[in-house]
Ligand binder design. Structure first.
Ligand SMILES: NC(=O)c1ccc[n+]([C@@H]2O[C@H](COP(=O)([O-])OP(=O)(O)OC[C@H]3O[C@@H](n4cnc5c(N)ncnc54)[C@H](OP(=O)(O)O)[C@@H]3O)[C@@H](O)[C@H]2O)c1
Length: 271
């Protein structure tokens, strides 16, 4: 029988969604390790131990997970939250930039998952919660590279979840809609901008800025994550909040032609 509180590891806990998640997990009774690429500079959070992590580095991931196991003895919950946005048309990001975004959002998630799984399998239990996005379900013109990373997370998570259930481990998806954080400010600008896309790129930036003004509070995502971490019968997908739920339902039930038209209208694309 478990006598000490369960241990949660939250990547990218220095700001935004990760910070709200770390706090909510402390309130839910977890011992929480939060990570940042610069843990010494992370604003302290009561009940959260901050450690260094760059999810794009094999060595950093190995050292972090080993450190947590040495200190806490186990990892019951991994929240793969660290991520970076990328704006611009698909053609405007070099392959190098595209690889860098995948290295954080996709390979970072896979690196972390692979590093914790041996410990979870050995204990016969654990949960991995991957922070996807509604942009993992629907197209995102002028955020194509970012949307591609979140679609990849969807396919990866749903597949490994089937592999791991018999080992007592679940891999679940959290799907936030636009959430009020530093995400937009921290998003990468395209490194190979093309004049042909400049006007529509500006429109898309405005569309995103407007959406961000009505964005959910990070606490909405934190609530979904606590539910995914603690539900006795967890669901594969947790849409975070009412907007995300609406998008997810529409994606499944709306006729493709109508859905396509709506995407063009929302993004103010001609035709
Ligand atoms: N905000 C939204 O509208 C929204 C919507 C749907 C999904 N999401 C997803 O939610 C997650 C959190 O984003 P956010 O909105 O909270 O944005 P944010 O405030 O920019 O937070 C991103 C976090 O990721 C960490 N990070 C970035 N690169 C990293 C790396 N190489 N290694 C380790 N950590 C790294 C940052 O930590 P350090 O800089 O301290 O290392 C930071 O704490 C992301 O996966 C994002 O895609 C966001």
């Amino acid at each position: 029988m478990q006598t000490t509180p369960p241990v949660a590891l939250v990547t990218g806990a220095s700001s935004g969604i990760g910070r709200a998640v770390a706090l909510a997990l402390v309130d839910a009774g977890f011992q929480v390790v939060g990570t940042s690429r610069n843990a010494a500079n992370a604003e302290p959070l009561a009940g959260v131990t901050f450690l260094d992590l760059d999810v794009a580095s094999d060595e950093s991931v190995r050292a972090l997970v080993e450190g947590v196991i040495d200190r806490f003895g186990r990892i019951d919950l991994l929240v793969n939250n660290a991520g970076v946005g990328a704006a611009g048309a698909g053609e405007e990001s070099s392959i190098n930039q595209t690889k860098n975004v995948f290295d954080v959002n996709v390979f970072g998630t896979i690196r972390m998952t692979n590093a914790v799984l041996p410990h979870m399998r050995a204990r016969g239990g654990g949960r991995v919660l991957n922070v996807s996005s509604v942009l993992g379900l629907i197209p995102a013109p002028f955020m194509a590279i970012y949307a591609a990373t979140k679609h990849a997370i969807e396919g990866y998570s749903e597949s490994v979840d089937h592999e791991l259930r018999e080992h007592g481990v679940r891999v679940l998806l959290i799907e936030p809609a636009y959430t009020s954080t530093g995400f937009e400010a921290n998003s990468l600008a395209p490194d190979s901008p093309l004049p042909v896309y400049a006007a529509q790129r500006d429109v898309s930036r405005e569309v995103l800025a407007t959406a961000m003004r009505h964005a959910d509070d990070p606490a909405v995502v934190a609530k979904a994550i606590v539910a995914a971490a603690t539900d006795s019968k967890p669901k594969l997908r947790y849409a975070a909040g009412s907007t995300a739920t609406r998008v997810s339902v529409l994606r499944r039930v709306a006729p493709p032609r109508a859905f396509d038209k709506q995407i063009r209208k929302i993004n103010r694309l001609a035709g």
